[in-house]
Design a protein around this ligand. Structure first.
Ligand SMILES: *Cc1c(COP(=O)(O)O)cnc(C)c1O
Length: 400
C-alpha cells in the first residue's frame, strides 16, 4: 500500500471514533460502476455504498441537477415551502401509491417517524399510552434508540438497554409466531419486505397477505421497511408491489437520493388524517431543497432509463450465475434474494473472501458473518456480472 494511503488510514484511526472495522482502502472517486482508491486502482463496485448509489457514479443529469440546485438554494426550513420538496413528494406518491410523505435525513429517522405515527394513531383511538409493536427476528432498522428497539438482533441492543417499551419479536414468514405476539395493545407490525442486513430473507406473498388481513381485522398498522429493498432493487419500485400487498406506513431511504442523505416515511390518507399533526414531529434538514432535488432527479431518471426493466433482466442473470457458484463450491450452502438484492450463504465467515476480492479489484460486502451480499448499482450490466463472478470464484478458491 502507498504510504499516502496508509498515512490517511492512520490519521483516520486517530480522529474517527472506531465504530467500524474498515477495509484498508481510501476511496477517492467513482465513475459508473467503478470506484478508484487514492493510488488510482480501479474496483468493480458490487456494494454501491450499501444499496445507495443505484444510478452509478457521476450520472451526468443527476450531477447537473444537484449543481443547479446548489446555485439556487441548499436549505431553507420546514417552516416554509420549497419547490423541490413539493415535486419530490408528488413523485414519491406516484411511484408508491401512498398519500402523505415526511422527508427525513436517514433510514433510521424514517423508522423513528413510522413508530411515532403508529403510536399516535393508536393513542387517538383509545387514549392509552401502552401500545406495542411486533417486529421480526433478524431484522435491521437502524441504530437510533427507537430503530434499535425494533431491530431483531440482541447483540446490537444489549449494551444500550433499556429499549423503548412494548416491542415483541416474531419470525418472518411464520404467521403463527406473529399471532402468538398479537394483543389488543398492538399498534403496528413492522418488517422489511426483504430482510437485508439480517441475511437477505424475502417475505413470502402468503405471509404478507396473512399479516395484511390480520392488520385489517384489528386495525393494526402494517409498516413495511423498504429502506434497502425499495427504490427498484427487487425489480418493482418497492418490493411489496410485486405482490400488491400495500402497507399503511412505509419507510424508504438509501437509494432514494442516490448518495445525498435523505429518507422518508409515507402513509395512506387514513393514517395521515389520524396520526401526526402540527407540533408532533419535525426536522431541521429533512426534505431540504438539495436533498429533494436529488429525489426528483432520481425518480425521473429511473423512468427515463427504464431502470426496473433493467433490474429484472440483470437480476435474473445475476441469480443464475450465483446458482452456478453454489453448484461449484461445497462451502456455499444457499442462495437467496430478489433482483439486485442477493446473498450467498457460506459454511464459514466470508471476511477472507471479501478481502481477497478487494485485492483483485472487486468490492463486496457481507450480511452477518457468513453471507456475501450483492447490492450493486442498478445500472450494472451482464458483462459486469461476469467480471464479478470471475473474481468471486478466484477469491473463494484462494480463501478456502
Ligand atoms: C440501512 C437500513 C436502515 C437504516 O438506515 P440509515 O440510513 O443507516 O439510518 C433501516 N432499515 C433497513 C432495512 C436498512 O437497510
Amino acid at each position: 500500500m502507498s504510504t499516502i494511503m496508509q498515512q490517511y488510514i492512520d490519521e483516520a484511526e486517530k480522529a474517527l471514533l472506531h465504530t467500524y472495522n474498515r477495509y484498508q482502502v481510501v476511496f477517492e472517486k467513482g465513475d459508473g460502476v467503478s470506484l478508484y482508491d487514492l493510488e488510482g486502482k480501479r474496483y468493480l463496485d458490487f456494494v454501491s455504498g450499501i444499496a445507495v448509489f443505484a444510478l452509478g457514479y457521476h450520472n451526468k443529469e443527476y450531477d447537473d441537477a444537484l449543481k443547479e440546485q446548489i446555485d439556487k438554494i441548499i436549505h431553507t426550513s420546514n417552516y416554509y415551502y420549497n419547490v423541490p420538496a413539493i415535486e419530490a413528494a408528488k413523485k414519491l406518491k406516484e411511484i408508491s401509491g401512498m398519500d402523505r410523505v415526511f422527508f427525513t435525513n436517514s433510514g433510521a429517522e424514517a423508522i423513528e417517524g413510522a413508530i411515532k405515527t403508529a403510536r399516535k394513531y393508536a393513542y387517538l383511538k383509545d387514549g392509552r399510552t401502552d401500545h406495542g409493536i411486533i417486529a421480526m427476528n433478524h431484522s435491521f432498522h437502524g441504530r437510533t434508540m427507537g430503530a434499535l428497539s425494533v431491530t431483531g438482533n440482541p447483540h446490537y441492543r444489549e449494551a444500550f438497554e433499556p429499549m423503548i417499551g412494548n416491542i415483541r419479536f416474531a419470525e418472518l414468514n411464520d404467521f403463527d409466531s406473529v399471532l402468538a405476539q398479537v394483543s389488543n395493545r398492538t399498534c403496528a407490525i413492522l418488517f422489511e419486505t426483504v430482510q437485508g442486513e439480517g441475511g437477505i430473507y424475502p417475505a413470502t406473498e402468503e405471509f404478507l397477505r396473512k399479516v395484511r388481513r390480520l392488520c385489517d381485522e384489528r386495525d393494526i398498522l402494517l409498516i413495511l421497511d423498504e429502506i434497502q429493498c425499495g427504490m427498484g432493487r427487487t425489480g418493482t419500485m418497492f418490493a411489496w408491489q410485486r405482490f400488491g400487498v400495500k402497507p399503511d406506513v412505509m419507510t424508504t431511504a438509501k437509494a432514494l437520493g442516490c448518495g445525498v442523505p435523505v429518507g422518508a416515511f409515507l402513509m395512506t390518507e387514513k393514517v395521515g388524517a389520524h396520526s401526526l399533526t402540527a407540533g408532533d414531529h419535525g426536522t431541521t434538514y429533512g426534505g431540504n431543497p438539495l436533498a429533494c432535488a436529488a429525489v426528483c432527479k432520481v425518480i425521473e431518471l429511473f423512468e427515463k432509463q427504464k431502470v426496473l426493466d433493467h433490474v429484472n433482466t440483470v437480476g435474473a442473470y445475476l441469480s443464475e450465475r450465483l446458482d452456478d457458484v453454489m453448484e461449484e463450491f461445497a462451502c456455499v450452502q444457499a442462495h437467496r434474494g430478489v433482483g439486485l438484492l442477493q446473498g450467498l450463504v457460506f459454511d464459514r465467515p466470508v471476511g477472507d473472501i471479501i478481502t481477497k476480492a478487494m485485492e483483485k479489484g472487486l468490492v463486496l460486502i457481507n450480511a452477518g458473518t457468513d453471507i456475501i451480499r450483492f447490492v450493486p448499482p442498478l445500472v450494472i450490466t451482464k458483462e459486469d456480472v461476469d467480471a464479478m463472478i470471475r473474481i468471486l470464484e478466484e477469491s473463494i478458491r484462494e480463501a478456502l
